[in-house]
Design a protein around this ligand. Sequence first.
Ligand SMILES: [Zn+2]
Length: 410
Amino acid sequence: MTSRIGQPELLKEINRAHVFEILRRERIVSRPGLAELTGLSRATVSLLVDSLLQVGIVQEAGFGASSGGRPPVLLEFKPDAVHALGARMRDYQWSVFLTDLDARPLDRESIEIPGSGAEAAADALARAVDALLQRNQSQRILPALGVGSPGLVDMRTGVIQSATDVGWFEVPLKQMLESRIGLEVYVANRSKVGALGERWRGAGTGTEDLIYISIGTGVAAGIIHRGELYIGSNSSAGELGHVTIEPHGPLCPCGNRGCLQQLVSDPAIAGRTRERLRRTQQGPLFERYGAQPEALGAAAVFAAAEEGDELAVEVLDEAAEHLAVAIGNLINLFNPEMIVLGGQAGAGSELFAEMLRTKVRKRAMAYALSAVTITTGRLGPDAAAVGAAVLVLQHAPELLFGEQANAIAQ
Ligand SMILES: [Zn+2]
């Protein structure tokens, strides 16, 4: 890409994005107030505000307090003026959300993916997006779609490098979706966008440094640093499931031994429980699943533990011991304000969160610990779809005013 530094259009784009962000944060602010907060001249602010008024994402709302002269006109941010689309894939199902400019979900569409192929998945998502757009024809929608997908994603190209649980390798998902739906598509790993979801609308609202840990078929983290997603040099930061916990532990599909997700993921938790049931041959879980152990999933283990089942509590305690090592390392390395637990089975388990709090206290340094809260997620599986819409919202000003502005659905 050729450099555009020094080009006036680019400068205008950057300034407009800045003004847009301040308006979103402040909600009501005057033009002189915006000039002060952005460091831009009043003339520049006035021009930019005119364009925002024109697209309707701000409106004039009375007068502010006078500082001597004429009282300034107040500008009010209108989160409902334009909407964004975000989708996430889980268990061969897509959920697509339509959100407002604050990432608040307004409508949703879910669709099953027939089979495990990437083509079928792209087709299904295109159908779901189409259904949602049809139903919301009267709304203005940013011409883009954010996608939270499984696997290791190159966020620059939107190519899924590998998603072992669905058997996808080198899948150009961005390109496949753009050709089907005619919108710009941003693809990221679903745990990374889950972090954005919890930061914008969930447990982490108002925090600047947050780490979201999703426990499901694997384990992955989304790292938010100064309010932004930290993705690393080739967007693979956050592969927490593959940090080594037991150097000689069980073999992982990544080729390493003793990876965290071989010890803590949903399949690992269910597997350890089955192993113990085979040995003990007793207790409520054995009575229920003894005859068909393959039906036992991690959700049943979390539920049993919450009811005080001794064996389930032991399994979770062991898992928490391993996860606490990883979380302690994260706290020492990143000094976050908040660790949010997400995923399917254990996301809402206060018992598991408490086990972790106790064990992490023995692992992380006291000073870093004093700054961090460990909590369960508030959005559950919705976190990734909300966060996928945030991928679009982060581009809202350029989508509103850029080359594609004409394509905005009216
Ligand atoms: Zn591994």
